[in-house]
Unconditional design. Structure first.
Ligand code: SF4
Ligand code: SF4
Length: 394
C-alpha cells in the first residue's frame, strides 16, 4: 500500500468510500459482503474509511462501524460528514453529530467534514441562525474531531474565498477530481488553490461514478495498448497518484473485484508516462459534450443582464456530461435574474467569444435542463424528513 504522511499520521492513499455498499433484496446492507471487502482492504493496509450521515439513508454509518468493530480502534481512521446541506432548518447540530458518533460506535472522528459545500449550501453553513460553524469548531476543540475539513462542489472563486476567510480552521478539502474533471470541473484550479493554502487534497469521484472505470471499447483499447495496463480504472487512479498533494483517494467500492483491482493499483506508485497522461487527457476531451469555454470572461462585460456566463457554461458542461444534483445546487444559488432563463438572447456574448460559442443556445438548453431536474429541492425533501425523524422533531 502507498502511504502518505499527513500531520504525523500514516494515511493509506486509497480510502474506502462507504456510500455504495451493495444492498440485499430486502433493502438492507449486505453486511457479509461489506465485512469481506473490509477484510481484504485491512489486510492490504487500507486504514481510511469514509462515510456520511445521509449515505444509504443512514445505513452506511452502522454497516461501516460493524465491519470495523472487528479490528482495534487504533488500526483505522474514520471520516464522517455533517449534513448541513440537507437540514430542514436550524436544528440541534450537536445532537445530530452525536447520532453519527453513536452509529459509528466511536467516541471521536479522526476526520470530519462539512458535507457538500457549494455556492448554495454555503449560505446555510454560514448562516448564524444555523450555528453550524461554531458548533462544529466546538466539537473539534473538545477533541471529538481530530481533523476538520469540508467536501466541496463549488467553483474556484468560492473555494479561494473560504480558505482565506477560515485560514487555520480547516486542514483538508475533499474535491471531485479525476482526469475528466481536471478541466471539466476546474479541478486543477481547485487543487492548486488548496495546495497554495497549505491544506491536503482529498479526492472523491476518482472514476466519476464508475464512468472512467468502464470506457468505450475505443477508449479502452487506447489504454490497453500500454504495457502497464491492468484496468481502465487503474489509469484514473494513477493520474491521481501523480499529484503529490493528493493525500487520500476515496473509492466507493461495492464489489470484491473492485477492492482487489484498487488494491493492486495502490500497491505501488507507477507514474504515468507522458504518453499515457496525454492519452488520458485526450480521452477526457472526447468525453466532454458541452462547449469549450475557457472562462476568459471576454463576453461578460457586454451582457445586458449581467450574467456570469462562464459560471453558467460550467454548469451546462456538467449537465451535458451527466445530470448532476450539485450543478442544480450551484444554479439554485443564483438570484432569479442571474439564472440561465434570464438570458434575452441578444447574442452580444457570442460576438465577443474567441471560441465561437453559441452562448444563448447553450443557456436556453441549460434553462430547460435545470427546469427538468434533477432538483435539489425535491431530492432534499426525503433528507429533511429523515433528519426530523432522527432528532424526534415531529
Ligand atoms: S445572449 Fe444572453 S448571455 Fe449573451 S449577452 Fe445576451 S443576455 Fe447576456
Ligand atoms: S468569451 Fe467565450 S470562452 Fe470566454 S468566458 Fe465567454 S463564453 Fe467562455
Amino acid at each position: 500500500m502507498i502511504y502518505n504522511d499527513f500531520k504525523g499520521l500514516k494515511l493509506s492513499r486509497l480510502g474506502f468510500g462507504c456510500m455504495r455498499f451493495a444492498l440485499k433484496e430486502d433493502g438492507e446492507v449486505d453486511q457479509e459482503k461489506v465485512d469481506k471487502m473490509f477484510d481484504l482492504a485491512m489486510e492490504k493496509g487500507v486504514n481510511y474509511y469514509d462515510t456520511a450521515y445521509p449515505y444509504l439513508n443512514g445505513k452506511s454509518e452502522p454497516a461501516m462501524a460493524k465491519a470495523l468493530s472487528r479490528y482495534p480502534r487504533d488500526s483505522y481512521y474514520i471520516a464522517d460528514k455533517f449534513p448541513g446541506h440537507s437540514l430542514p432548518g436550524p436544528v440541534d447540530n450537536i445532537a445530530l453529530f452525536n447520532i453519527s458518533l453513536n452509529r459509528c460506535q466511536t467516541e471521536y472522528f479522526d476526520f470530519y467534514l462539512l458535507h457538500n459545500i457549494t455556492e448554495w449550501s454555503v449560505k446555510i453553513y454560514e448562516d448564524p441562525a444555523y450555528h453550524i460553524m461554531p458548533d462544529i469548531f466546538r466539537m473539534r476543540d473538545e477533541g471529538k474531531i481530530k481533523h476538520l475539513g469540508f467536501s466541496f462542489h463549488g467553483g474556484p472563486e468560492l473555494l479561494e474565498k473560504l480558505l482565506t476567510k477560515y485560514e487555520g480552521e480547516f486542514e483538508f478539502v475533499q474535491i471531485q477530481l479525476n482526469y475528466l474533471d481536471w478541466t471539466l470541473q476546474e479541478a486543477k484550479e481547485k487543487y492548486d488553490i488548496i495546495t497554495r493554502h497549505g491544506l491536503g487534497v482529498w479526492v472523491m469521484e476518482p472514476v466519476r461514478g464508475g464512468k472512467l472505470a468502464v470506457l468505450s471499447d475505443e477508449d479502452s483499447a487506447k489504454l490497453r495498448s500500454f504495457p502497464d495496463y491492468t484496468s481502465d480504472a487503474s489509469f484514473a487512479f494513477r493520474f491521481l497518484q501523480d499529484l503529490p498533494n493528493v493525500k487520500v483517494v476515496l473509492s466507493g467500492m461495492n464489489e470484491v473485484f473492485q477492492v482487489e483491482d484498487n488494491l493492486r493499483t495502490f500497491e505501488k506508485h507507477v507514474p504515468l508516462t507522458e504518453e499515457e497522461r496525454n492519452t488520458l487527457l485526450e480521452i477526457a476531451e472526447g468525453l466532454k459534450k458541452g462547449v469549450p469555454c475557457t472562462a476568459c470572461r471576454y463576453c461578460c462585460k457586454g451582457c445586458p443582464m449581467g450574467l456570469d456566463i462562464p459560471y453558467l457554461l460550467q454548469c451546462y458542461n456538467d449537465y451535458k456530461y451527466a445530470d448532476s444534483l450539485t450543478s442544480s445546487m450551484r444554479l439554485d444559488a443564483l438570484d432569479e435574474d442571474k439564472k440561465p432563463a434570464a438570458c434575452i438572447g441578444c447574442g452580444q456574448c457570442s460576438h465577443a467569444c474567441p471560441q465561437g460559442i453559441d452562448v444563448p443556445a447553450a443557456l436556453a438548453e441549460l434553462a430547460e435542463l435545470y427546469a427538468k431536474g434533477p432538483n435539489w429541492a425535491v431530492a432534499s425533501k426525503g433528507r429533511h424528513d429523515a433528519i426530523r425523524k432522527d432528532l424526534n422533531m415531529d
